[in-house]
Design a protein around this ligand. Structure first.
Ligand code: CP3
Length: 354
């Protein structure tokens, strides 16, 4: 078993005692950091950063040099899987990701194969191996993937969407086509995450950014069911340690019990639910990750500390909480405010432990 100097993040997910509450931030590496913008300009674009293990490693390390973070997250993107499936991923400035060949029919789905993680996606595994070497056991490394539903929204809509009319049309008019796509994506995610674990990811997280746009029944059938397949297929122990899996569906406060029942170790929470309510509902089953509104990082240091204290108080005493934002950090947040946030979590959480 590889020694870790700081294993608070894993301990909180295992619900073992910690000295203070661990914290990391979704999108902690990225555009709010000037050193990221500089490296991206040198590399040319975002995908070139992802596809070069040395650069992806450097970007992963950037926030760790500035802040006292308790985990590193692989620098990559959820759209690496559909990119490899031949959909032609590109990024247009200010418009987010786009696909030049979106999925429109059963014939398109039939053409898709399950990517080989040590083949077409080897650049991701190389990044994981490079980052683990560079981390030197300081903090654990989180690997990640998108959920099948969230990946499918981008693949069918051809990019970011507001109303999701194309994928919902497929869901209601041609459900078998969508199920065939989701099933292939679930198999792809299992093999991708297991390869990340073998390459050195010590925990994994599944981002279901768009599950919350579904009806309760469709959430089960088209999103959760496939995340269940992932949880069931993952390597849960590696290098002598349990590999915790965290599921995060944005806007899913109403479905927490169902998410916790998948057998995952952690459930990610956005800011639309009170920490105390979430803990009362599922805190006996799983660890909780979250859940400060990322927009709070625009506020004064006093206000940020006050909000951290409110959320810590909502969770109350003991382990089982990984502090985080309720979604990714905004790109125009002053980096110093992120530092205030992270230090506040460590300092203000001590009285809740031991
Ligand atoms: O958290 C981290 O620091 C790790 C890196 C990471 C990125 N994307 C880097 C990135 C992670 C975990 C993701 C996940 C991701 N990607 C999700 C799920 C989480 C979420 O935010 O809901 C989604 C939906 C995507 C798809 C995606 N990639 C979008 C919608 C965008 C555009 C976002 C925007 O604000 O323009 C991306 C690009 C992207 N992924 C960037 C980064 C740092 C910005 C690229 C750039 O311009 O430099």
């Amino acid at each position: 078993m590889t020694e870790l100097k700081n294993d608070r993040y894993l301990r909180a997910l295992y619900k073992q005692p910690v000295d203070c509450t661990p914290v990391w931030m979704m999108r902690q590496a990225g555009r709010y950091l000037p050193e990221y913008r500089e490296l991206r300009a040198q590399a040319g674009d975002f995908l070139s950063l992802c596809k070069n293990a040395e650069l992806a490693c450097e970007v992963t390390m950037q926030p760790l040099r500035r802040f006292d973070l308790d985990a590193a997250i692989l620098f990559s993107d959820i759209l690496t899987i559909p990119d490899t499936m031949g959909l032609g991923l590109y990024f247009e400035t200010g418009e987010g990701p786009k696909f030049s060949h979106p999925i429109t029919s059963k014939a398109d789905v039939d053409k898709i194969g399950i990517p080989d993680p040590e083949g077409e996606l080897q650049y991701v595994m190389n990044a994981v191996r490079t980052i683990r070497r560079e981390l030197k056991g300081e903090v654990p490394l989180i690997g990640f993937s998108g959920s099948p539903w969230t990946l499918a929204t981008y693949m069918v809509e051809g990019g970011t969407s507001k109303a999701f009319t194309k994928i919902k049309k497929m869901m209601y008019a041609e459900p078998q086509t969508l199920h065939a796509l989701l099933d292939k994506l679930a198999d792809s995610v299992v093999s991708y995450l297991n390869a990340q674990i073998k390459a050195g990811a010590q925990s994994v997280m599944v981002f279901d950014t768009w599950g919350g746009v579904l009806t309760p029944r469709d959430y089960h059938d088209f999103s959760l069911q496939y995340m269940q397949k992932i949880v069931d297929g993952l390597i849960r122990e590696h290098d002598g340690r349990r590999v915790p899996v965290t599921l995060f569906t944005k806007n899913a406060g109403m479905w927490l019990e169902r998410i916790a029942a998948t057998g995952c170790d952690g459930v990610g929470l956005d800011w639309t639910i009170n920490m105390a309510d979430a803990k009362a509902r599922i805190g006996d089953k799983v660890a909780l990750q979250g859940n400060m509104d990322p927009s709070m990082l625009y506020a004064s240091p006093e206000r940020i500390r006050q909000e951290v204290s409110t959320i810590l108080d909502g969770f109350g005493e003991g382990t089982g909480h990984v502090f985080n934002l309720g979604h990714g950090i905004h790109l125009d947040v002053p980096p110093d405010n992120a530092g205030v946030f992270i230090d506040a979590v460590h300092e203000l959480s001590k009285p809740y432990h031991g």
